[in-house]
Design a protein around this ligand. Structure first.
Ligand code: FMN
Length: 348
């Protein structure tokens, strides 16, 4: 069986060099309401927001990617540094490797304290020996504001030797959530690219949901390319597109005191503006950040990360993204991300 390290490296190499996105997240179906008489000064647009009780300068979360091997540690260092610089949130990749081997804990090091730090654990691991104490330790190691439990049933089906026992996870997540929340650690439930639906999320007692809908990074493609299961291709279009997942979850947000991260296929500032119109609190992305770290590098190896160039690329990407978001806010007459809420119509 492959160990977690080489598996994670293969995921990253495929995400960098292959086309691992599929279909549409649904943004083309949302038309933002254009206002000619915007009645605002562009310069008064403010992207600050509160999330998980903290202030973000920009309403973005750099989502889970990696950890557990040396180059993964370097990626986490770079991403957490850019998150601090821009005042966005930052989520590490699955912390299972460091729980199984404490020597790997250093590869989850957080640089310069981003305003919101989020840990990450596969919920299915609660059926494979992961304890309450392991989850608390994972959070404490990175001084996390929250732990995100990811649900990834499709990925586990196509991952060689995947963990397919998802029985009784509802009770286990709720039990572990209660323990974490009593220690002041918030709990997020996320998918990894196939979307969350109302029924699943409403059964869980969590603080925040992260859609990770379909239309972005696609695990049937990634695991299909790695694995031996010839049926993976049949499942490329499986899942709930991000826009559909978001619309389905909005009523739950209104009923409970839940925060929503919209993610899965968000690639520019207009996509983000549409998520805010649909009532998301922040937006999350993984693939674009990973690719910016390597942009301009031809080498098909991970060992060669140029930190200076990666930081420059990430700055350019984030500045462009924020400018696009601000223009969309301006053109809808919105001074901040709350004011754009509801300013859309569905395309027939
Ligand atoms: C290379 C790679 C590794 C990932 N690893 C994790 C992980 O360890 N834990 C997790 O919850 N999600 C993981 N994800 C999923 C992302 O956090 C995110 O939910 C998903 O990719 C959708 O966003 P995107 O379309 O912007 O990539 C990973 C994504 C990529 C591209």
């Amino acid at each position: 069986m492959k160990n977690n390290n080489s598996r994670k490296k293969e995921h990253i190499m495929l995400a960098l060099h292959d086309n691992v996105e599929y279909g549409s997240a649904g943004f083309e179906k949302i038309l933002l309401t254009h206002r000619a008489l915007t009645e605002i000064d562009f310069d008064e647009i403010n992207l600050e927001t509160n999330f998980l009780g903290k202030k973000l300068k920009f309403p973005v979360i750099i989502e889970a990617i990696t950890g557990g091997f040396e180059e993964g540690g370097k990626i986490n260092e770079i991403l957490s540094e850019i998150a601090s610089e821009f005042g966005t949130g930052f989520m590490v990749g699955s912390q299972r490797p460091m729980i199984e081997n404490p020597e790997l804990a250093k590869t989850y090091k957080i640089s310069k304290c981003p305003p919101v730090v989020i840990g990450n654990i596969g919920a299915v691991q609660l059926n494979y020996g992961m304890t309450n104490n392991d989850c608390v330790q994972a959070a404490e190691h990175i001084n996390a504001d929250a732990i995100a439990f990811h649900l990834n049933p499709l990925q586990e089906c196509f991952q060689p030797n995947g963990n397919r026992n998802f029985k009784d996870l509802k009770n286990k997540i709720n039990e572990i959530s209660a323990g974490l929340r009593s220690k002041g650690i918030k709990v997020i439930i996320k998918e990894v690219g196939t979307g969350l639906n109302y029924e699943d999320v409403s059964a869980l007692n969590v603080d925040c949901i992260d859609t990770a809908g379909s239309g972005g990074t696609n695990w049937a493609i990634i695991e299909g390319k790695r694995g031996t299961n010839p049926s993976a291709e049949l499942f490329y279009d499986w899942g709930i597109p991000t826009v559909k997942s978001l619309i389905g979850l909005t009523s739950l947000k209104n009923k409970r005191n839940l925060e929503i991260i919209a993610s899965g296929g968000i690639r520019n500032g207009i996509d983000a503006a549409k998520c805010f119109a649909l009532n998301a609190d922040v937006v999350g992305m993984s693939l674009p950040f990973l690719r910016e770290i390597y942009a301009g590098k031809d080498e098909k190896i991970l060992e060669n990360i140029d930190k200076g160039r990666a930081m420059e690329n990430l700055r350019k990407f984030l500045n462009k993204f924020m400018d696009e978001l601000k223009i969309a806010l301006f053109l809808t007459g919105s001074r901040n991300i709350r004011e754009i809420k509801g300013k859309y119509r569905l395309k027939e």
